[in-house]
Design a protein around this ligand. Structure first.
Ligand code: GLU
Length: 505
């Protein structure tokens, strides 16, 4: 039997989770669920300088809101825990030591001033300074490859600052594979000797990431394209430890709506869309908008994110989370960057709006609008049922439905010109009679009475229906006139028609 699929989402808690990060989490989730595997959340907080209070909670809330909760992670099902790297500090040193003992890593004592000087010297000659095979043993750099064992020991014991660097192999061609990108090969001579461990007792991202993926029995690493340049080092580390490497899949970048460059928060600010799942208040008080608060449904976010890089190979665009789990396949993820389309996102929201329960939408509408405070939520739900096909967001509702709740206070000028003609007042007076005489006040009865009267008297439909609509709505907009009359009731209908007649006098 093959190994149980285990994937992880490994964000650094440095601020709110960008939708690119949510997409990474989603693809991990889909892959795990598709293969009956586990979706792990690991918090990569080794860089204390970049740590932001509240960021971890934000990440967890975002995943939960999207409906893609982790199976294992901080505070949940901790069989491979702890899941915060800051709580695993004690684990990493032994692995760095193991590589040193095997001659695959070394101590380096170069100070940042010395390294700066090397960098500047190289720059002056138009070269880039790389710490690796070509200079590490030449004597200008201070490391345990050139010092004697005693010298190295003495420095460490004297409390000198050091780092542990990986000894990248010289003159090797490394074969790499990525599920999305296929086979690649890399000349190890271009790699630098990355720092694995610092004398402050903290591992770097690379070491901690590999050690944890190994200890947590991760089978597939699915992450953003920005980590592709680290793949060679990661593969070399697995080899150096003698561990079986997981499979890798690097997801394509999410591009700006123009298709040029990576999608940033600034693009969202400029073009009026969020780049974060939930609203976020930074420690300095700045607020960034979120999809949830902007009125997007979680289903929308999941659906549009799935299409940023993946496609089902058919024309189908609407996918529930369940369908995505069923159809998702890393083989159908593109290499090329995925352009973010804010209009398409709205299109998805319009679709998912139609799937919501009217009563749920109504309670949200009610809580967001003070004018609805005293109105029965069941009435609001009926209104919602009549107007939601024109709405993308709950925030569109008032504009589409105010006339179900309050009488028009004025009449649209253009609409009035179009609807009010010679004789309109007589027609409207007759409609008032018809409305008054409709005892059983149903949509069907109103419709029959008024339409029959129009037909019998050979009056153009527009001549009646346009002013009637104007009277009820204040404009030539809105759902079916008979639905509106039925909803607002006989007395209010009569009142509104009479109010319009009054203005024509
Ligand atoms: N901590 C890294 C990040 O913030 C994780 C990269 C990876 O998945 O290996 O994205």
């Amino acid at each position: 039997m093959s190994k149980k699929v285990r994937v992880r989402f490994a964000p650094s808690p440095t601020g709110p989770l960008h939708i690119g990060g949510v997409r990474t989490a989603l693809f991990n989730y889909l892959f795990a669920k598709k293969h009956g595997g586990d979706f792990v959340l690991r918090i990569e907080d080794t860089d204390q300088n970049r740590y932001v209070e509240g960021a971890e909670d934000y990440i967890v809330e975002s995943l939960n809101w999207c409906g893609i909760p982790f199976d294992e992670g901080p505070g949940k099902n901790e069989k491979f825990g702890p899941y915060r790297q800051s709580e695993r500090k004690h684990l990493y040193k032994q692995y760095a030591d193991q590589l040193i003992d095997a001659g695959k890593a070394y101590y380096a004592f170069d100070t940042s001033e010395q390294l700066d000087a090397h960098r500047k010297g190289h720059e002056a000659e138009g070269k880039t300074f790389i710490y690796n095979w070509h200079n590490r043993e030449k004597g200008r750099l201070v490391n345990s490859l050139v010092l004697t064992e005693e010298e190295t020991k003495a420095k460490i014991e004297a409390g000198e600052d050091y780092v542990i660097r990986f000894k990248s192999p010289q003159d090797e061609t490394l074969a790499l594979n990525d599920i999305i990108r296929g086979d690649m090969s890399i000349d190890t001579n271009v790699l630098d000797d990355k720092i694995l461990f610092k004398s402050d007792g903290m591992p770097t991202y690379h070491l901690a990431n590999i050690v944890d993926d190994h200890l947590m029995e991760i089978t597939h690493v699915i992450r953003g394209e920005e980590w592709l340049p680290s793949l060679a080092l990661h593969k070399l580390l697995y080899d150096a430890f003698g561990w079986e490497a997981p499979e890798f899949a690097h997801l394509p970048l999410i591009l700006k709506p123009t298709g040029k460059g990576k999608l940033s928060k600034r693009d969202g600010d400029k073009m009026g869309f969020p780049v974060f799942p939930l609203e976020y208040t930074a420690p300095d008080g700045t607020v960034s908008r979120g999809y949830k608060e902007d009125g997007y449904f979680a289903d929308t976010v999941v659906n549009f994110l799935a299409f940023l890089g993946w496609n089902p190979g058919s024309e189908q665009e609407i996918f529930s989370l369940e369908q995505l789990v069923n159809d998702f396949d890393l083989a159908r993820v593109n290499k090329a960057g995925a352009r973010f389309d804010p209009d398409k996102t709205k299109w998805f929201n319009h679709h998912y709006m139609q799937q919501q329960l009217d009563l749920d939408l109504a309670s949200e509408f009610k809580t967001k609008n003070i004018l609805l405070k005293d109105i029965d939520v069941n009435y609001i739900a009926l209104v919602v049922g009549l107007i939601k096909e024109r709405a993308t967001f709950v925030s569109d509702f008032w504009e589409l439905s105010h006339f179900f709740f309050v009488s028009p206070t004025d009449y649209d000028e253009k609409a009035s010109k179009k609807a009010l003609k010679e004789g309109t007042d007589e027609i409207l007076n007759k409609v008032v009679d018809l409305v008054n005489s409709t005892d059983d006040f149903t949509v069907e009865n109103l419709q029959t009475n008024i339409k029959d009267w129009i037909t019998d008297n050979e009056i153009g439909f527009g001549k009646v229906m346009m002013p009637l609509r104007l009277a009820l709505v204040g404009a030539l907009q809105g759902p079916d006139v008979f639905d509106i009359m039925y909803m607002i009731g006989k007395a209010e209908t009569v009142k509104r028609i009479e109010a319009l007649v009054e203005t024509t006098k």
